[in-house]
Design a protein around this ligand. Structure first.
Ligand code: B12
Length: 244
């Protein structure tokens, strides 16, 4: 059964939305008219330009507010649901000890030209993120954090040398779809370097990934914005430690 909702602005169901964008047009009346035209073609009608600011001499940034007629059908929403239980560090450690009888080796890096290490550090470093300790805190994990701008061949070589069970890559920059290209490169390089079915678990993360795109990118799992270390640790235990 469909379950329909509309955006909420001032009153229920008024359909109000707010969007922001930049046009390569010098600030002024003409630029604001251009913004309103674009918003109208996007279905915002009437479109109110509520903010505009010059970005240098030839560009203008806009915020546009107005109603859309589109509906959202909640029964047709598709998201990746977590298919594993959230475990405490104690339970993850106990599971690894019992199931693997050795430390689980996790290799992490910010790959390609990307230098945004804060995200992968939030997952790996002992200080962690959002009140949860990072994977370095887990006694039964051995974490190797390669830092920023790691080339794909270097990542593969290090994964082999460390006998990594899981390789965690971070991609924050999305300009020209760099995050997608680099992730595909990583997946292809690991498939080439390892016999079929023997490559480490590949996990990609970053704020602008679609969590449903893992298969199409050739990795096992994708984590998006707001991910916490406990979610990643629980997933690694679920995916790599034999049950029981
Ligand atoms: C800090 C920062 C920098 C710092 C980075 C310092 C460092 N050591 O990391 C510096 C100043 C170096 C920098 C440089 C640049 N930056 Co910058 N930067 C940011 C900023 C402000 C914050 C990013 C951040 O730290 N977020 C906090 C962390 C905790 O969040 P997160 O990365 O999303 O990580 C979480 C999840 O995504 C997930 N996650 C992330 N990775 C992984 C990996 C795995 C395996 C898993 C499981 C989970 C996971 O878990 C984390 C915790 O929840 C953002 C804007 C913003 N507000 O986000 C811009 C931003 C990312 N930067 C941007 C840009 C453009 C650049 C530059 C190109 C600017 C320039 N022209 O030089 C350079 C690029 C440098 C390079 N080669 O990469 C753009 C990217 C735009 C785009 N579409 O790609 C942004 C969005 C700013 C913007 N609005 O324009 N930047």
């Amino acid at each position: 059964m469909s379950e329909l909702v509309r955006p909420y602005g001032d009153t229920t169901g008024d359909g109000m939305v707010q969007v922001s964008f930049t046009l390569p047009v010098a600030a002024g009346k003409r630029a604001e008219g251009a913004a309103a035209q674009l918003a109208a073609s996007m279905g915002i009608d009437p479109a109110m330009v509520v903010h505009s600011k010059a970005l240098g001499p030839e560009h203008t940034f806009f915020v546009v507010y107005g109603p859309v007629r589109h509906l959202v059908d909640l029964s047709a929403v598709s998201v990746v649901e977590r298919e594993y239980p959230l475990l405490t560090p104690k339970d993850v450690n106990a599971g690894i000890r019992r199931g693997l009888r050795r430390k689980l080796v996790v290799l992490g890096a910010c790959v390609g030209t990307d230098a945004h290490t804060v995200g992968i550090d939030a997952i790996l470093n002992i200080k962690g993120f959002a009140g949860e300790k990072g994977l370095e805190y887990y006694r039964e994990m051995r974490v190797v954090n390669l830092g920023a701008q790691v080339a794909v061949p270097q990542l593969v070589a290090r994964a082999r040398a460390e006998r990594a069970d899981a390789v965690l890559i971070s991609q924050v920059v999305t300009q020209k779809d760099a995050h997608l290209t680099t992730t595909r490169e990583v997946a292809a390089a690991f498939s080439e370097a390892y016999p079929a079915g023997e490559r480490p678990l590949l996990v990609a993360g970053g704020p602008r990934f679609d969590e449903g795109a893992a298969t199409s990118l050739g990795v096992d799992r994708i984590f998006g914005r707001g991910t916490t270390p406990g979610e990643v640790a629980s997933y690694l235990a679920h995916a790599l430690v034999p049950a029981g």
